[in-house]
Design a protein. Sequence first.
Length: 242
Amino acid sequence: MGAKGHLYSGFFGRLRWFAKRFGWAEVFLLPMRIIASRLVVPFLSERHFEFRGGLLPCFYSHYNITWCNERAVEIPLARWYLEQSKGRVLEIGHVLGHYDNCAHLVLDKFESAEGVVNEDITRWETNERFELILSVSTFEHIGFDDDVGEESSTKILAAIAACRMILEPQGRLVVTVPLGYNPDLDHLIETEKLGYDRGLFLLRYGPRQWKEVSKSKAIGTQFGRPYPFANAILVAEFDAPK
């Protein structure tokens, strides 16, 4: 990974970014969690969380230590949406490929990997249309962790609009984002200016326990407290323009 305009390009750039976003204590705790992962994960009890009237299993992986962050629920959520899809799929932000063998197209502005198109969604030109556009914890970085020279909220809304324009008529854009990370994004959510058609909030109430809550209970949740990384996420669905 690495590109001009990326606030966490290179090792030292990434270190400074990580400390700024997560705190210096986490700079030291993260390596410890990575080392402990091989010992911890085999002994974790299976947990589930409610979604759409059913139960999804929490996902534990050594990569990106999903066993102690929001990926534990985001990956199962993304898999659920993929299972519902019968048409073409586009992923914004290279995430799922780190955990599964994915056949769908991936668009990522910075990360280079096989099958990944390095383009900005707001500038990408394509004639393709997608039944599902999926993004896992990526939109909170737009305009916040890349140097775009404009407000994060403006760029986020532009990215959403660009995604919706390449949906099939009955397609949908599904975005998961943490609360408490990007103040501009939090403001869009709180003031109902993000523009999603359906939204679902999950609140973390234990190290590996999540439950659906109302928007009012999720708003104001801190990032990194009381548990590492996200303590609440929004699952937002956007329909194709009418």
